[in-house]
Design a protein around this ligand. Structure first.
Ligand SMILES: NC(=O)c1ccc[n+]([C@@H]2O[C@H](COP(=O)([O-])OP(=O)(O)OC[C@H]3O[C@@H](n4cnc5c(N)ncnc54)[C@H](OP(=O)(O)O)[C@@H]3O)[C@@H](O)[C@H]2O)c1
Length: 333
């Protein structure tokens, strides 16, 4: 494709956009944030000043139309992802969109189709997949270090005295499942693939927002996964994959760890893998590599996984009774 510098546009100026843009600065000079857009000019200007970004817009659409960028990073709440990503893909601008990319699998399938139609790269920012420690764990698994995996256990639950309001707002896709549960689900999916059977229970608040969810997955191979997420408890926030020969364990905040523990017949060994920054530059680097190769998909962030995880999220939400705007939308036209 012949791109020397990849010009990034940052859509939204909240928490995760700030972390992502900070990490973008850890990449070599060939990654440059050239524009930012916010719903307010003040926020866009403040963000632009903080990161030395030359162009700041008060409207996401203006950034997409500007010609200033090769790829946009979308850091809005989940319900806003779909329309912004669709507009950018239709304009031929590559998209790295926060997880979950959409509220429903139907919306995500539509985005993958639009990306293919416009020959434009599209990826979900499931940054866990590009973390070097996670990659080392799955290399061990593939090498048969613990034998055929039989059990995956993973939890993603935390509690803060004051949670960000979007997490409890149904109109903003609130709930533990979409924000946190997607990580243990993706972890189990990476280890075992798509389950044959899914059972879920959840406790919702009076607004229909899930506060505690437990999932059990069964595979035809005989393997199982036990996964939880929540917004009301300080969990260990750990994950493990176990087989007949041992286990691979990830510590607190398992989705962006600094080490893992490999336990086999020869004992338990802590494996440190060098990482730096918060870890968002790994996914940005993977996107840039794919863009330069002229690819429409980032190998580490595959469309198939995005879609199948959203199928599983749809199924889990249906079992526990969480509904979002868009659940009944007909996108066929
Ligand atoms: N990868 C990760 O580690 C990670 C971590 C946290 C969150 N996330 C994901 O990132 C997304 C955003 O999360 P966040 O924690 O960054 O949220 P946040 O701090 O609330 O920021 C979201 C930003 O989106 C924009 N926005 C657009 N429409 C909005 C609306 N109707 N209400 C509120 N804000 C709106 C706002 O930016 P402007 O005012 O500038 O337009 C806002 O600052 C979510 O999809 C979440 O799942 C990912």
């Amino acid at each position: 494709m012949g791109i020397d510098r990849v010009r990034w546009g940052i859509v939204a100026t909240g928490n995760i956009s700030t972390q992502f843009t900070h990490d973008l600065g850890l990449l070599p000079d060939d990654a440059v944030a050239t524009a930012v857009a916010s719903r307010s000019q003040d926020s866009a200007d403040r963000f632009a000043a903080e990161f030395g970004i030359p162009n700041a817009y008060d409207d996401y659409r203006k950034l997409i139309d500007s010609g200033d960028v090769d790829v946009i990073y979308i850091g809005t709440p989940h319900p806003q992802h779909y329309a912004i990503a669709r507009t950018a893909l239709q304009a031929g601008i590559a998209v790295l969109c926060e997880k979950p990319v959409t509220l429903t699998a139907k919306q995500a399938r539509d985005l993958v189709a639009v990306a293919a139609e416009h020959k434009t790269l599209f990826a979900e920012a499931m940054w866990m997949r590009t973390n070097p420690v996670i990659q080392a764990v799955f290399k061990d698994l593939a090498a048969g270090v613990i034998g055929e995996p039989q059990q995956v256990v993973a939890d993603f639950a935390f509690h803060k005295p004051s949670l960000p309001s979007r997490l409890l707002d149904p109109a903003l896709g609130g709930g533990s499942l979409m924000d946190g549960g997607i990580y243990p689900m993706t972890f189990a999916y990476m280890a075992l693939g798509r389950p044959a059977e899914v059972k879920a229970v959840g406790s919702l608040n009076e607004d229909g927002v899930d506060l505690n969810v437990a999932m059990a997955w069964r595979y035809d191979s005989g393997a199982v996964a036990a996964l939880t997420c929540g917004l009301r408890s300080q969990n260990p926030w750990v994950a493990s994959i176990s087989g007949p020969e041992g286990s691979l364990q990830l510590p607190h905040r398992f989705h962006h760890p600094e080490y893992y523990v490999r336990t086999t017949a020869s004992g338990a060994e802590r494996i440190d893998v060098p990482t730096h920054g918060r870890g968002y530059h790994y996914e940005a680097g993977a996107v840039m590599e794919a863009l330069r190769a002229g690819a429409l998909e980032v190998p580490a962030l595959p469309h198939a996984a995005t879609l199948e995880i959203l199928d599983l999220l749809d199924e889990t939400r249906s079992q526990i009774g969480v509904r979002y705007p868009g659940d009944d939308d007909d996108l066929s036209g």
